[in-house]
Write a protein that binds this ligand. Structure first.
Ligand code: SAH
Length: 402
């Protein structure tokens, strides 16, 4: 086990539930045995404070697993946490949702580990290789407790990049079950979707937008919708289910656009996609929005759900500037409503909201904020960095007030 020392201020934060220690915050480390994947923090009085996953190769080198007293990290320890996590999600299956997050990392007591369920397939996504020594027992536990037929492993880019050539694990590996196809079908609020759990973004689908999609479904009847950054068509499927007049999707990834067509066909087999009421435009969103404006095209509702614009704190200013530009470009082609989302961790909710308002204002368009939302309920957040998804709804144009 490794023993680490940190400042009194950070000790206080950790005691209150903050789960991370970064490399630069470590004052001293004493290796009492061969360094392994677990570590402990002692406070300034040399009392046990926390135990956690230790990964000296990462900037985020310590993730808290438990506070107060030492505990055995074994199957029982994991089982209790998994059971608590299951309770929070119980309701979802009754609502026709079989694709959801079962474990949301630190917020469910599994720091740096996400477990997503897609019907009978489970996807474990790791953000630290410190989980590798536990992976066998976790896979077995998850598979049994959640009675699944397949367990797939996904690795965050930084882990994939630094894998040893003889590593027992790789991104996209099937840990349990048969590798017939990387595509799985699941449901969200009764609507059907396909996700590529081996190669798709995140674990295959953006499960965090489920509640926003449902909200959009209720807003679109008879309306034209522009879905920018549409990925596999999550918002589009809900919009069609909500009786919208038309949808135009914009995404730079042709593979994502193709998947969206499959998802629409799956839900609405009597309609055809693409069609005059369902078109796709492949390319850069900023360029396409500018072109649409110059052609004086407009849509009742514009959805802006871009990828993260900042990978680290240094890129925050440039991310905010991009949100302003995007909101401006979106508002210029929106005639009634605008929905804008941000999944950039380094941008706070109020900063994002202000950037979007500034963007709409700078287009000379009146607006009225009507709702602010975050990620879906199966993505609980117990510390500030975990509230990564911010979103806001606006009335714009003649419908706005300001
Ligand atoms: N709204 C989606 C998730 C969006 S993820 C959902 O509900 O599932 C972000 C998407 O933006 C990805 O599909 C990616 O291909 C696309 N993208 C990234 N940069 C882009 C750009 N400059 N222009 C258009 N699309 C882009």
């Amino acid at each position: 086990m490794i023993k680490i020392q940190i400042s009194k201020t950070l000790q206080g934060k950790i005691r209150k539930g903050y789960p991370w220690v970064f490399n630069y915050q470590i004052q001293n480390q004493i290796i009492e045995a061969e360094p392994e994947n677990l570590g402990v923090i002692y406070d300034h009085n040399n009392r046990f404070l926390a135990m956690g996953l230790w990964d000296p190769s990462a900037d985020l080198c310590f993730r808290v697993l438990g506070l107060g007293k030492p505990q055995k990290v074994n199957v029982d320890f994991f089982l209790k946490r998994l059971q608590a996590a299951k309770v929070i999600r119980e309701r979802l299956e009754h609502q026709g949702t079989t694709g959801y997050r079962v474990i949301n990392g630190e917020n469910d007591g599994f720091p740096g580990l996400v477990l997503d369920r897609y019907a009978e397939t489970l996807v474990i996504k790791l953000y630290t290789s410190s989980w590798f020594p536990f992976l066998n027992e976790l896979c077995e536990l998850f598979q049994k407790e959640l009675s699944s037929k397949q367990v797939v492993l996904r690795l965050a880019q930084n882990i994939s990049n630094s894998l040893e050539p003889d590593s027992a694990y790789r991104d996209g590996q099937v840990l349990y079950g048969s590798e017939n196809s990387s595509w799985v079908e699941f449901k969200e609020n009764g609507l059907k979707f396909l996700a590529d759990v081996v190669k798709g973004q995140k674990t295959g689908f953006f499960l965090d937008q489920r509640e926003n999609r449902l909200k959009i479904l209720g807003m679109v009847k008879g309306r034209s919708v522009l879905n920018v950054f549409s990925y596999s068509g999550g918002f589009s499927v809900y919009a069609v289910a909500g009786g919208c007049k038309s949808v135009v999707e914009v995404d730079s990834n042709p593979f994502a656009l193709k998947t969206s067509l499959r998802n629409l066909q799956l839900n609405f087999p009597d309609k055809s996609f693409p069609s005059p009421n369902f078109m796709q435009e492949e390319g850069d969103a900023f360029q396409i929005l500018a072109k649409m404006k110059s052609e004086k095209r407009s849509f009742d509702l514009v959805i802006l759900d871009p990828p993260a614009f900042a990978r680290n704190k240094k890129q925050k200013a440039q991310a905010l500037e991009a949100y302003v530009r995007l909101a401006k470009a979106g508002a210029q082609v929106a005639s009634k409503m605008l929905f804008a989302a941000s999944c950039t961790r380094h941008v706070q909710a109020n900063e994002f909201y202000d950037a979007v308002c500034l963007g709409i204002r700078s287009a000379g368009i009146k607006y009225e904020g009507i709702a602010k939302t975050g990620h879906a309920q199966d993505h609980p957040a117990t510390f500030s960095e975990a509230f990564y998804l911010k979103s806001a709804y606006f009335n714009v144009g003649r419908h706005g007030h300001k």
